[in-house]
Design a protein around this ligand. Structure first.
Ligand code: ASP
Length: 326
């Protein structure tokens, strides 16, 4: 009998319209979710931990860190073989990547949720939970790091992103693709993630901000952030990691002032690389900017928060980003 721990945090999967305004809100318990399953999950003992009940747009870095610690707590129990976390889809990729970076060992950790609220006749929640529990109970899921299981597929936390605001097949891993699928009671593994490294910080750095550039974006926002106590700034720049010369100049001053600046791309796929001069990527590198490979801005921010939580984090940041950026 596989012993799987379900940790609930809220999200659409636990939501239905309620209250005077009939807004859709997270209100269902783990027991409600378990009772909604159409799959009897034979051979699996499913225990419940109602951790919190919020939409994932309300989850901040400290709460995401607490969720990861809760997962660690359960995985450390000898009578727990794996964990499934129900979570809102909006920020699931970030909580999953944070767990991926913080959780050692081989026991499966699977995040899931739903795009259709629990009252919808075509809700995807119950089948996503059942598939995630089956995945967490499978020996094939061991050693893969934190996973996102949704709509018959599962993905590596590093690669996955929410791509569609409302469709149920929203989670994709871009050019890297899914790791595998859950077909009824069968788990099929296509590949294993090769980029994995974990950390054990006592805290994470929560003052890490993310700025996306648009055509013509200047240095105002990043200068403000640096001057107001931000400990690291992640920029989603253009293409290979470019920005306007005025931004490049500000990056030089911000880095010289002790605040790391990490450059990602606003392109959904591909790596950043310092190539262009005249105040673009090559000068960002000369000015001390750290290039983050093909990590998206939100993932680079999570990694930076974790590394800067380590005692020797500032000295290691460049190397750790180079490793995870691929
Ligand atoms: N707003 C919801 C959330 O992230 C969306 C969802 O769960 O799908 O909590």
């Amino acid at each position: 009998m596989a012993r799987i721990q379900l940790i609930t945090t809220g999200g659409t999967i636990a939501s239905r319209p309620g209250g005077a305004k009939a807004d859709v809100v997270a209100e269902m318990t783990g027991a409600d979710l378990k009772a909604s399953l159409h799959d009897s999950l034979e051979g699996i003992d499913l225990a419940i931990d109602d951790f919190c009940r919020v939409g994932s747009s309300a989850i901040d870095l400290p709460l995401a860190f607490s969720i990861a610690q809760r997962i660690r707590f359960h995985l450390a129990r000898p009578d727990c073989d794996g964990v499934v976390v129900t979570h809102g889809t909006d920020t699931m990729e970030e909580s999953a990547f944070l767990a991926d970076l913080l959780i050692e060992g081989d026991k499966p950790v699977v995040f899931t949720g739903a795009q259709k609220s629990a009252d919808a006749p075509d809700t995807d929640g119950p089948r996503n939970i059942a598939q995630s529990v089956r995945l967490a109970a499978s020996p094939l899921a061991r050693g893969l790091g934190a996973l996102v299981c949704f709509e018959d597929e599962f993905h590596a936390a590093r690669d996955v992103t929410k791509t569609h605001t409302s469709r149920t097949d929203t989670f994709r891993s871009g050019e890297h693709g899914k790791l595998g699928e859950v077909d009824g009671t069968d788990v099929i593994l296509h590949r294993r993630p090769l980029i994995r490294r974990t950390y054990a910080p006592a805290r994470i750095e929560t003052e890490v901000e993310l700025v996306k550039l648009g055509l013509g974006t200047g240095d105002k926002v990043i200068r403000y952030l640096a001057a107001s106590g931000t400990k690291a700034i992640v920029i989603e720049g253009f293409g290979r990691g470019n920005c306007r010369p005025v931004v490049t100049e500000a990056i030089g001053e911000i880095v010289a002032g002790g605040v790391p600046v990490i450059m990602c791309s606003r392109c959904p796929e591909g790596r950043v690389k310092p190539i262009y001069g005249n105040g673009a990527g090559k000068d960002v590198e000369r000015n001390g900017g750290v290039f983050a490979g093909d990590l998206t801005g939100v993932k680079a921010r999570i990694l930076t928060a974790v590394v800067l939580g380590l005692e020797d984090g500032p000295a290691r940041l460049r190397e750790e980003i180079a490793y995870h950026g691929g």
